[in-house]
Write a protein that binds this ligand. Structure first.
Ligand code: PGA
Length: 254
């Protein structure tokens, strides 16, 4: 019912030359049509990426966007600027933006609204820290982080559940932890948008997702794909995850 989305968050990796080589290699593979595939290179590589990927099965997204469309915001990029170069997706509220660059629930929401107003598809990231999980506050944190999402358009929204303790650590949520959080988020989305809309929203898992654990995580009932950092940087491991998603979508097991 929900087409899986496999999204690569390249973070601050790969310039124009590497991006070009990577995408050429990825496009040379048979990307399954049953999975939506997205790559999010750094800003400087986006024009080259869209030139290669536009019209292919691979979508290109940015890793951040500002909430104003123009103005005195040194170092920021506006949604219409991304649209102008053919970008169709954007990641918002990633935990690294929150912990390292002062992003809050309010600024993440403002960025997501501006992105949707410019017709961009939004991947909205949330997730608890280790201290919050250990304190038994996971659901309270997820509730707070999703509180104002009702202001967004659910038809252009993907939620990414990324437990902060699993990002880049090699430590993955267990299948039970992931499904429990995703099911909770599905209920939250139903409260915000109604059951039918919530059933159509994709909820991605993120945090040390790799070929080894992709099958176990991607087959979970409420896991509709992944937001992948480290394992997306290598074409072979990224395409192995894409293939795992296609197999899971077909209701099969590897
Ligand atoms: P990771 O990163 O796959 O390297 O853990 C995921 C993310 O930060 O989106």
């Amino acid at each position: 019912m929900r087409t899986p989305l496999i999204a690569g968050n390249w973070k601050m990796h790969k310039g124009v030359a590497e991006t070009t080589g990577y995408l050429e290699e990825l496009l040379a593979e048979d990307v399954p049509t049953t999975v939506d595939v997205l790559c999010c290179p750094p800003f400087t590589a986006l024009p080259a990426a869209t030139m290669i990927a536009t019209g292919s099965a691979v979508h290109i997204g940015a890793q951040n966007v500002h909430w104003e469309s123009t103005g005195a915001f040194t170092g920021e990029i506006a949604a219409p600027m991304l649209v102008e170069i053919g970008i169709t997706w954007v990641i918002v509220g990633h935990s690294e933006r929150r912990t390292l660059f002062g992003e809050t629930d309010a600024t993440a929401l403002a960025r997501a609204k501006a992105a949707q107003a410019a017709s961009l598809e939004v991947i909205y990231c949330i997730g608890e820290s280790l201290e919050e999980r250990d304190a038994g506050a996971t659901f309270a944190v997820l509730e707070r982080q999703t509180e104002a999402l009702g202001e967004l358009d659910p038809t252009h929204l993907v939620l990414a559940y990324e437990p902060v303790w699993a990002i880049g650590t090699g430590r993955t949520a267990t299948a039970a932890q992931a499904q429990e959080a995703h099911a909770f988020l599905r209920l939250r989305l139903a409260a915000l948008f109604g059951g039918e809309a919530a059933a159509a929203i994709r909820i991605l898992y993120g945090g040390s997702l790799k070929p080894d654990n992709a099958n176990e995580l991607l087959r979970l009932a409420d896991v509709d794909g992944g937001l992948i950092g480290g394992a997306s940087l290598d074409v072979r491991s990224f395409s192995a995850i894409i293939r795992a998603a296609a197999v899971c979508a077909a209701g099969d097991t590897l």
